[in-house]
Ligand binder design. Structure first.
Ligand code: PEP
Ligand code: MN
Length: 355
């Protein structure tokens, strides 16, 4: 299915008809300006690689949060297609939502990270898409986000459930785990399924407006992924969901233009070393987050010791911590000397934090 790049752009949620149309107009304008067409031209070809996204039904963590505008938003998406010539996409989490979206003419669907954690739900969606295709409802593409838990086999399994349907294109979207990338998952999926386009979602991946553009560049310029899903809202600060990560249409315009400059370089595959270094940098980020967490526990222990008039250094405890780690080093094929040095450095810092 590879045909690059795919840009799935729009607000996290469809909030109102005005908000959806305002976002779509700005996004269509960005796509058309870049392709040098006149403002009267609304042909599909000028906006061909931009698909407009908006969540109709939102799977929110809290029941008190905005749950999406629901069925009525399908009409707004239809209006986007007819007015601006943009293809539209939405997230589906149930067979009922899938049927309603396809019946309303939404031809690109995505399966979100929470649904992707549940293979039964994904199979039910796949079966519904197959039924709808039989009934004559067009489906162009289905994108599958990685599950929030770091399970590449489940991600690939979900993709296979959709690939089993004749006549649709299937892609993957990496949205990270929490607010960090899991490059190892993407690296593994690329090797397992080289024919699958993989898009990056720097919005959910970072949860932070400021980090969207740098991550988008990393995904496209360095790692040579096949496209982006980016949350773009006319007024991000007023967004009813994911306000902290949405960018304005102007910011999207700047990002789109800068991506296209680098896209003029042939889109080769990124080499293995680039991938392995991305995995290493991300592993280091996690490692140091854990070290910071350890120092936080250390500080709490220091407060406890002070409150209970206990000495900071308790050699018996330290000996048992070190002994346990040396056994672990041996069992895991790591140098006992190296682990001892690292542990001593951590302990020195830990004592400083407890003082
Ligand atoms: C979304 O794309 O708005 C969304 C809910 O994403 P995710 O499933 O990645 O959290
Ligand atoms: Mn969102």
């Amino acid at each position: 299915m590879k045909s690059k790049p795919y840009y799935i752009i729009g607000p996290c949620a469809a909030e109102s008809r005005e908000q959806v149309l305002q976002a779509a107009q700005a996004i269509a304008q960005v796509a058309q300006n870049l392709h040098g067409s006149t403002s009267e031209s609304k042909s599909m070809s000028t906006t061909a690689n931009t698909i407009f996204r908006a969540g109709v039904w939102k799977p929110r963590t809290s029941p008190e949060s905005f749950q999406g505008a629901g069925d009525q938003a399908l009409l707004w998406l239809q209006e986007v297609q007819s007015t601006y010539g943009l293809s539209v996409a939405t997230e589906v989490a149930t067979p009922e939502q899938t049927r309603k979206a396809l019946q309303a003419g939404v031809r690109t669907l995505w399966i979100g990270a929470r649904t992707s954690a549940n293979p039964i739900a994904v199979q039910e969606i796949a079966d519904t898409i197959a039924d709808c295709l039989q009934a004559g409802h067009m489906t162009e593409a289905v994108f599958v986000k990685n599950p929030v838990n770091e399970d590449t086999a489940l991600w690939a399994g979900n993709i296979r459930r959709l690939q089993a349907i004749d006549g649709i294109r299937v892609g993957a979207i990496h949205r990270g785990c929490g607010h960090r990338p899991c490059w190892r998952m993407v690296y593994t999926l690329r090797h397992l399924m080289p024919e699958i386009p993989i898009l990056l979602d720097p919005s959910h991946l970072s949860g932070d407006t400021q980090r969207v553009a740098p991550l988008a560049h990393k995904g496209m310029d360095e790692l040579r992924l096949d496209g982006l899903m980016v949350e773009v809202h006319p007024t991000p600060s007023k967004a009813r969901s994911d306000a902290a990560q949405q960018i304005t249409p102007t910011m999207w315009g700047e990002l789109y233009r800068s991506l296209c400059d680098t896209c003029s370089i042939p889109m080769d595959e990124a080499d293995e070393l680039v991938w392995l270094r991305a995995i290493m940098d991300e592993t280091d980020d996690r490692l140091w987050d854990i070290v910071r967490e350890r120092m936080q526990v250390s500080k709490e222990i220091g407060d406890y010791k002070r409150a209970h008039h206990m000495p900071i250094i308790q050699s018996e405890r330290w000996d048992s911590v070190m002994k346990r780690r040396k056994i672990w080093a041996e069992n895991n094929g790591l140098s006992i000397d190296a682990i001892e040095q690292i542990m001593n450095a951590i302990h020195t810092e830990s004592c400083r934090v407890q003082e």
